[in-house]
Design a protein around this ligand. Structure first.
Ligand SMILES: Cc1cc2nc3c(=O)[nH]c(=O)nc-3n(C[C@H](O)[C@H](O)[C@H](O)COP(=O)(O)OP(=O)(O)OC[C@H]3O[C@@H](n4cnc5c(N)ncnc54)[C@H](O)[C@@H]3O)c2cc1C
Length: 345
C-alpha cells in the first residue's frame, strides 16, 4: 500500500516548514506521504505502538494485508517521515503530549484521530462482565495478535456469543472469534441481533448472508436488546422484536413491538452499534470547535476553527471506509501546503 506520492526526495527542495499529524491511520499516513514529497518536515504522532490506525488494529488481515500497510509505512520512514508511536496527544492534560503545545511547536497540525469511541446501548446490565464494546475488544485482540500485549489482556469469550449491530464492526466481532478463537474459547454458537432486516444493514445483505451461510451465525433480525442479566457476569439477554415503519427519507424506522420480548442464554456479548468521531480532547480545546455529533468542524479547505489546525479522515466526516479517509488525507495535504506557502487563513 503506497502512502507516499514520490519515490525519492532528490528533486524536492526543503520548505523549512514543519507539520505534526495526529493519527497514523490511512488519512494521516496519506497526508504524510503527500507533505513529505512537497518538501515539508513531517512528524506523525500516534497513541498505538505501530502506525496504520484501524488498518492494523481494527481490520483483520484477510481484509487489509498488514504486510502491505507496513511496507507503505517503511517507505514513508525512508523518505524521512518521523514517527512518534505510543504518544497520546490530548487537550485536557490526559495524554502524553499536550495538543496546545503541539500547535505552538509546528507550523501546521493535522488532526486525523478517527472514530475510536463507540456508541452505547444505555440498557440495564450493559456494565456486566462479558458485555464488551466490540471495537475495544477487537483492538485488544490485535494488540495481542501483533505481539504488543500478552494473551491475558484479551477479555474472555465463551460458548454462546451475541453480536449486536449491522455494520462492519459487527461483521468482524462475529467472524474474528469464530475464525481464530473457536477452539480456544469453545465457541459453539454466535447470534447476530440487528434492529432492522438484513436488507437494510450497512454491512450489506450479501455479507449478512455470508455470515449466516458460511459461519452458521444465527440471525436475529428485527430485534433490539432490552436488558443484560446475570450474577457475576452476563448470562441472559432480553430481546424485543421490532417492526419497520417507512419514513420519508432514509431507511425504515424500527419500532419495538410490545409484548414480543424473549430471552436467550449467552456467555458474552459484543456491542457494535457504531463508532463516533474521537478528537484528541474531551471538553473542547484550543479553539477547535466540534459538530453536535462529535466530528471536528471544518470548512471546505479542511481548516478547523483554530488557525493552522486542519482535520481529515473519519474524525472529520464520521465513520466511513479506508478509501474516503485516504482521499481526505490527500485533500487536506493540498490545503496545508497552500496555507504554509501563503499563511492565508
Ligand atoms: C472493525 C472495523 C472494521 C472495518 N473494516 C473495514 C474494511 O474492511 N474496509 C474499509 O474500507 N474500511 C473498514 N473500516 C473503516 C476504516 O477502518 C476507517 O474508515 C478508516 O480506518 C479511517 O481512517 P482514519 O485515518 O480516519 O482513522 P483511523 O484508521 O481510525 O486512525 C486513527 C488513528 O489515530 C490514532 N489516535 C486516536 N486518538 C489519538 C490521540 N489522542 N493521540 C494520538 N493518536 C490518536 C489512533 O491510534 C489511530 O491510529 C472498518 C472499521 C472498523 C471499526
Amino acid at each position: 500500500m503506497r502512502f507516499a506520492r514520490c519515490k525519492t526526495l532528490e528533486n524536492v527542495s526543503k520548505t523549512g516548514k514543519s507539520i505534526a499529524i495526529v493519527g497514523a491511520g490511512p488519512a494521516g499516513l496519506r497526508a504524510a506521504g503527500m507533505l513529505i514529497c512537497m518538501g515539508h518536515e513531517v512528524h506523525v504522532y500516534d497513541q498505538m505502538p505501530e502506525p496504520g490506525g484501524l488498518m492494523i488494529f481494527g481490520i483483520p488481515d484477510y481484509h487489509v494485508d498488514t504486510k502491505s500497510v507496513r511496507e507503505g509505512v517503511k517507505e514513508l520512514r525512508e523518505l524521512g517521515v518521523n514517527f512518534h508511536n505510543n504518544v497520546k496527544v490530548y487537550g485536557d492534560g490526559k495524554g502524553d503530549k499536550n495538543l496546545e503545545e503541539l500547535i505552538n511547536e509546528y507550523d501546521a497540525v493535522l488532526i486525523a484521530t478517527g472514530t475510536w469511541k463507540s456508541r452505547k446501548l444505555n440498557v440495564p446490565g450493559e456494565n456486566l462482565k462479558g458485555v464488551y464494546v466490540a471495537l475495544d475488544w477487537l483492538i485488544d485482540y490485535y494488540l495481542y495478535e501483533k505481539g504488543y500485549q500478552p494473551w491475558d489482556k484479551v477479555a474472555p469469550l465463551g460458548k454462546r456469543g451475541l453480536v449486536i449491530g449491522g455494520g462492519l464492526t459487527a461483521v468482524d466481532a462475529a467472524e474474528v472469534p469464530l475464525r481464530y478463537l473457536k477452539d480456544k474459547f469453545g465457541i459453539e454458537k454466535v447470534y447476530l441481533s440487528y434492529r432492522r432486516s438484513r436488507k437494510e444493514a450497512p454491512m450489506k445483505e450479501r455479507e449478512f448472508n455470508r455470515l449466516v451461510e458460511e459461519l452458521h451465525i444465527e440471525p436475529l433480525e428485527l430485534t433490539i436488546p432490552l436488558e443484560f442479566k446475570g450474577e457475576e457476569k452476563v448470562e441472559k439477554v432480553v430481546l424485543q422484536r421490532t417492526r419497520l415503519v417507512p419514513v420519508e427519507k432514509g431507511r425504515p424506522k424500527p419500532i419495538p413491538i410490545e409484548g414480543s420480548e424473549f430471552e436467550i442464554n449467552v456467555d458474552y456479548v459484543m456491542v457494535a452499534i457504531g463508532e463516533i468521531p474521537s478528537p484528541p480532547f474531551e471538553n473542547g480545546c484550543c479553539g477547535i470547535e466540534v459538530e453536535s455529533w462529535g466530528a471536528i468542524k471544518t470548512d471546505e479547505k479542511f481548516r478547523t476553527t483554530r488557525k493552522g489546525v486542519f482535520a481529515a479522515g473519519d474524525v472529520k466526516h464520521g465513520a466511513s471506509l479506508i478509501g474516503p479517509a485516504f482521499k481526505s488525507g490527500m485533500d487536506a495535504a493540498k490545503y496545508i501546503d497552500e496555507y504554509l506557502k501563503t499563511s492565508e487563513w
